[in-house]
Design a protein around this ligand. Structure first.
Ligand code: NAP
Length: 324
């Protein structure tokens, strides 16, 4: 288990390395987890964030964020993530790099297995967010990394002057389609309906962009190629006609699935696997709280994740103090 502090790995938290105990463990270092850490740090709780990828979560891969208050000129996802991590870091919050696999209630605490080793805390906030949903069509898994991508910020630059397909009609799909026009010759959005789910301001921008085209009420049936992606087979859902479109890249944004696999049977989840909480972010298990996109909720935004994180930290503090 390697252990790191802040966005870039630096120090090894001694207590975590020794399997030691914290007041609060936060699983997941996205905007919800980092905000919870800031509030917990200010409440002088001994706090550990467990993160397996990068601080800032999905938000850190956004090219630019235009709807987080205080940034009228927009802010790059990685820059906002760095600022949040710096703020938590200044308050003495520690970060342990690794995947949380199992949570267990012990007498006075919760234990979290991180890469086979336990760390313990009086309370735990789960802020594990979500990962991109998969289309589940032939060729998707085979060509992942060879033309199929779920991250325009990571892979967009490989598609200079190429033809790209973006699948989906939500905020992610349309934001990333707009971003990809910086590189690609042509970006075609494949959406299963004839109306975008994305915010109106993004939809307007995409519809008037000279490089963006739309395949309305269409779905991808197969992604094909030899070594790399070469074409996709589309089906028009109205006419039933099939269409083969030559492409170099397929970027998939068809929603999300929550990272709650390790929680099954432990706390109440909704039918889609999101965590059910009350308005104080309490889950169905005492001492376990949840915050951010992993929670069953209607609006998944950085600002709502941050709000959840603040409330979860406050509820965790109250809980810890009530236990003496
Ligand atoms: P989303 O809002 O759930 O949109 C998913 C899109 O994929 C929808 O257009 C959906 O079609 C389509 N889709 C779903 N399953 C499909 C399938 N099997 N085949 C083809 N198309 C499929 O997901 P998202 O865009 O990833 O956003 C996730 C959350 O983050 C949302 O709450 C979103 O508002 C938020 N977000 C916000 C921003 C921002 O505010 N700037 C940026 C990114 C994400 P239908 O429309 O027909 O259902």
């Amino acid at each position: 288990m390697s252990v790191k502090l802040a966005v870039k790995p630096q120090l090894q938290p001694k207590a975590a390395a020794a399997g030691g105990a914290y007041d609060l463990i936060i699983i997941g270092g996205g905007p919800a987890g980092l905000t919870a850490a800031i509030y917990a740090g200010r409440a002088r709780l001994k706090t550990l964030i467990i993160e397996k990828m990068v601080l800032g979560g999905q938000a850190s891969t956004a090219f630019q964020i235009e709807n987080y208050p205080g940034f009228p000129e927009a802010v790059a996802g990685h820059e906002l993530a760095q600022k949040m991590a710096d703020q938590a870091n200044k308050l003495g919050v520690e970060v342990l790099w690794g995947g949380a696999a199992e949570l267990k209630k012990e007498e006075q605490s919760w234990s979290v297995q991180v890469d086979g080793k336990p760390v313990r805390a009086k309370a735990v906030i789960i802020a594990t967010g979500w990962e991109n949903a998969k289309l589940g069509v032939p060729g998707e898994a085979k060509f992942r990394g060879r033309g199929v991508s779920y991250c325009a910020t990571c892979d967009g630059a490989f598609y200079k002057d190429k033809n790209i397909i973006v699948v989906g009609g939500g905020n992610s799909a349309i934001e990333e389609a707009l971003f990809l026009t910086r590189f690609a010759a042509k970006v075609s959005v494949v959406h299963r309906r004839d109306e975008l789910r994305a915010d109106k301001i993004l939809a307007e921008r995409a519809k008037s962009h000279p490089k963006i085209y739309f395949f309305w009420h269409a779905v991808v049936e197969e992604i094909r190629g030899d070594k790399n992606v070469a074409e996709v087979a589309l089906k028009d859902l109205v006419s039933g006609k099939k269409l083969i479109v030559p492409v170099d890249g397929v970027f998939i944004y068809v929603g999300s699935q929550p990272n709650t696999g390790f929680l099954k049977g432990l706390i109440k989840l909704d039918d889609h696997g999101y965590i059910l909480t009350d308005e104080k972010m309490k889950t169905s298990a005492e001492g376990l709280f949840a915050a951010g996109d992993v929670r069953a909720k209607t609006l998944r935004q950085i600002v709502t994740a941050a709000a959840d994180g603040a409330q979860a930290a406050e509820s965790a503090r109250e809980y810890i103090e009530s236990k003496g």
